[in-house]
Design a protein around this ligand. Structure first.
Ligand code: DP6
Length: 359
């Protein structure tokens, strides 16, 4: 599928006014996207678990306006006008206008809420951008009832990607691949695709408890972070490693080899951080407590013959991953031994989910 196919081929009779509401989840990458080119295209393929409890709900109200010269919208987070979000959304609208040519015909009210605390350090761009993309596309769909579900999901992912790369993986499915890879049928740099081979039972309700080590503002924005991969001395090796890990993790997800899963996922997390530690300028995004937690997880895994593991995003928080049948024991371990390393003792219990839904 080429970009042109997402440009509507005819003009539709769009509604005068109306509203739509969607909720869209966050996701956690197992093989990480880190490095992009062109207009939001990934330098390597990535795969993520869709989450269930960490999500954004967006209510979009729209009303036709007289002049179609510029974009017109207001953004509310938890009921409060949030002007600081506007530049990012303006940029998003500029990028997607070609594919949703009616954007300048409307005034939009965007009311958004996250299920997780705003200052938790959990990236809201994947859930936030995918929820907004879904609402805007739902408006197009009202005028184009011939649009199939498959096309809707593909275009929603395509649009979400233009807002934030990882958002392409938040539309549908419990495991989503984004980025062209010979091992994944139909995979594309333009949108995410559901990993459709049979997924082993153990991964259908895999647990992710997010330990909030540092709830502060991100030290390095993802755009700055991705840019650090340009001219990075280890960039090409890293893209190769990620693509190899993607190929290796596919049979693991099918057949449930948890030792191999743990190895790949932890290697990915540490490689991502190694990239940041070795870029110019360099950053350490882990905190001392991140390392304390990692060591405790390794110790627990060994002494309890557990399948617990961790992954990290571009920050200090730790995602603790484990099979559902260990839930009671791992939650005890978290409460007894890890909570002390979390800011204000905060953590969020989540698990694999299925994707976005209209409300
Ligand atoms: C470390 O999707 O936030 O979470 O495309 O610039 O919005 P932009 O980047 P973003 O990058 C996320 C990177 C990551 C790894 C991942 O989710 O794959």
């Amino acid at each position: 599928m080429q970009e042109q196919q997402f440009i509507p081929s005819k003009s539709y009779q769009l509604p005068e006014k109306g509203e739509v509401k969607w909720e869209s989840p966050s996701n956690i990458a197992l093989v990480k996207y880190w490095g992009k080119y062109g207009e939001q295209l990934p330098k390597n393929s990535s795969i993520s678990f869709t989450l269930s409890n960490c999500k954004t709900t967006t209510h979009l109200s729209y009303q036709k306006k007289n002049s179609s010269k510029k974009f017109s919208f207001e953004v509310y987070l938890d009921g409060n006008r949030t002007k600081s979000f506007e530049p990012k959304i303006e940029k998003f609208f500029e990028r997607i206008e070609k594919y949703l040519p009616f954007l300048k015909d409307y005034h939009f009210k965007i009311e958004t809420q996250n299920s997780f605390p705003h200052s938790s350090g959990i990236a809201s761009s994947a859930s936030g951008m995918s929820a907004l993309a879904l609402c805007l596309l739902a408006l197009e769909r009202q005028a184009n009832s011939a649009m199939t579900d498959d096309f809707f999901n593909q275009k929603a992912s395509f649009l979400a990607r233009l807002g934030s790369g990882s958002a392409a993986r938040s539309i549908k499915g419990n495991l989503v691949v984004w980025g062209e890879h010979t091992a994944v049928n139909e995979s594309s740099n333009l949108y995410g695709v559901e990993f459709s081979d049979k997924v082993h039972e153990v991964f259908k309700n895999y647990q992710d408890t997010i330990l909030l080590v540092d709830r502060g503002e991100k030290q390095v924005s993802s755009t700055v972070g991705h840019n650090l991969m340009h001219n990075h001395p280890f960039a090409e090796q890293r893209f190769l490693q990620a693509n190899n890990n993607l190929e290796k993790i596919l049979p693991v997800l099918q057949f449930g080899n948890l030792d191999e899963f743990i190895f790949i996922v932890e290697q990915e997390a540490l490689s991502l951080h190694a990239m940041m530690m070795s870029s110019s300028p360099y950053f350490i995004l882990m905190k001392p407590n991140t390392l304390e937690i990692i060591n405790k997880i390794w110790e627990y895994r060994k002494t309890h013959k557990s399948k617990i593991s961790f992954t990290l995003d571009a920050g200090a928080n730790v995602h603790v991953l484990y099979p559902e049948n260990e839930k009671a024991k791992v939650l005890d371990f978290i409460k007894n031994q890890l909570v002390g390393y979390c800011q204000k003792g905060m953590y969020i219990c989540d698990e694999v989910g299925f994707g976005a839904k209209p409300l």
